[in-house]
Design a protein around this ligand. Structure first.
Ligand SMILES: Cc1cc2nc3c(=O)[nH]c(=O)nc-3n(C[C@H](O)[C@H](O)[C@H](O)COP(=O)(O)OP(=O)(O)OC[C@H]3O[C@@H](n4cnc5c(N)ncnc54)[C@H](O)[C@@H]3O)c2cc1C
Length: 379
């Protein structure tokens, strides 16, 4: 643990680690194999304050920092990447309502989200609007005191199970400035869900379409002003990207720990793999690269906490660098295990499969380069 963390942060880190090791790690293989969404276990994290980590405390949040959140997600993902990543999405959606919602909305929704009586999903992506999210077509048409919303959201984590959907829809044709954010409850007439997607990793949480066919939502469920939704969605993603990076880091750390243990015990050519210098150098590189990624993550989190003008750029840089490095380290850990790394029983191939999507979602790593270079070259 770095000397840069306070005693309180070490305590928070230890609490998350204990939960991960006791309540996630023993089950992660089974959840992956059975595509089981462990909602009951996820809800237990609320008792630790992990359902509203950086939500204000008057509505049940923990009022912690982005740095604290990164510490928590790094530890939770050591237990199970996919489940930790879902908890991060719930936190992102809850934070958006807490930060940009009215006082009435905060009081009505956030206490139930921080207690996880309700769990939340974040709905931005559409079949025709992925990286170019501002081109989204889901329409919200004002009708008296309501909006009537029609469209399809793609790849939504938690879809079908979540109780609350923080959803971006178009209220005017004015590009990103024509997007508004809404709170939509499961069970609202016209709201349905696609089939659970069959996917490479992240199997312990469902991913599905959210389909809106004339869904009538009270105007009181619009978050903030009309036209501000895209800005809210992007603000949510700054922190979301750090969480996704932290989840990649924790998964890669488990893979590295497994690789070190395996290299010490596996005998070939009459000695342990760890006695070959090429193996020692490989492990040294994995450790060095992962620690570099960790330093970058916490630097970015500190900048987001400090609201520095370059925080968005740093969040994008950290997301790009940490998720690429974590994937490489996990894949190298699989290589250290040889053929056994390819077997599910050793628990490394699952981490590789889980970490692959971290290079794709919450903005692909190519889009992170767009954000970084745009900021570098502006002005
Ligand atoms: C398991 C999973 C869970 C997800 N969960 C959610 C969720 O909960 N909520 C949500 O809203 N979304 C979610 N997503 C969606 C995710 O954020 C998108 O998949 C992602 O933003 C990329 O969009 P796309 O898949 O349409 O790819 P595209 O945008 O079509 O991109 C295809 C390729 O082209 C590249 N590309 C695109 N534009 C450029 C450019 N300008 N310059 C260079 N390269 C470019 C991309 O980097 C990528 O390599 C999830 C996705 C997955 C797979």
């Amino acid at each position: 643990m770095s000397a840069m963390f306070t005693d309180e942060q070490v305590m928070i880190r230890d609490m998350a680690q204990k939960f991960a090791v006791e309540q996630l790690l023993p089950h992660s293989e089974k959840w992956d194999q059975e595509s089981h969404f462990p909602v009951d276990v996820i809800k237990r994290t609320a008792e630790l304050g992990f359902a509203g980590i950086y939500v204000k405390d008057d509505v049940g949040g923990s009022g912690l920092t982005r740095t604290d959140a990164a510490l928590i997600f790094e530890q939770l993902s050591y237990g199970d990447v996919s489940t930790a990543a879902f908890i991060s999405i719930h936190n992102m959606a809850s934070w958006m309502i807490d930060t940009f919602g009215s006082e009435e909305q905060r009081l009505a929704w956030v206490p139930r989200l921080t207690s996880m009586e309700l769990i939340a999903s974040y709905c931005l992506t559409e079949p025709g609007a992925g990286s170019d999210a501002a081109s989204l077509k889901t329409k919200a048409v004002k009708d008296g005191d309501d909006y009537v919303i029609t469209g399809t959201k793609q790849f939504i984590s938690g879809a079908g199970t979540s109780d609350v959907y923080v959803l971006m829809a178009r209220t005017s044709d004015d590009g990103a400035k024509g997007v508004s954010a809404f709170i939509i409850e499961k069970g609202t007439p016209g709201l349905s869900f696609g089939a659970n997607e069959r996917k490479m990793g992240w199997k312990s949480q469902p991913t599905a379409q959210v389909i809106l066919d004339g869904v009538r939502v009270p105007a009181a469920n619009r978050i903030g002003e009309e036209g501000h939704g895209f800005r809210f969605a992007m603000a949510g993603l700054d922190g979301g990207r750090l969480n996704i990076a932290a989840c990649a880091l924790g998964g890669a750390q488990l893979a590295l720990d497994k690789a070190v243990a395996y290299a010490k015990e596996r005998m070939q050519f009459g000695k342990a793999l760890a006695e070959f210098q090429s193996m020692q150098f490989k492990l040294a590189d994995m450790e060095t690269e992962l620690q570099a990624a960790r330093v970058m993550l916490y630097e970015a989190a500190g900048r987001l906490d400090g609201k520095t003008p370059d925080a968005t750029r740093w969040c994008a840089m950290a997301k790009r660098f940490v998720t690429d490095t974590a994937f490489k380290v996990a894949n190298d850990a699989l290589q250290v295990h040889g053929g056994y790394g390819y077997l599910a029983d050793y628990g490394v191939e699952r981490i590789v499969r889980d970490l692959r999507v971290h290079q794709i979602l919450e903005g692909t790593n190519e889009i992170m380069r767009v954000i970084i270079s745009r900021d570098m070259l502006k002005g």
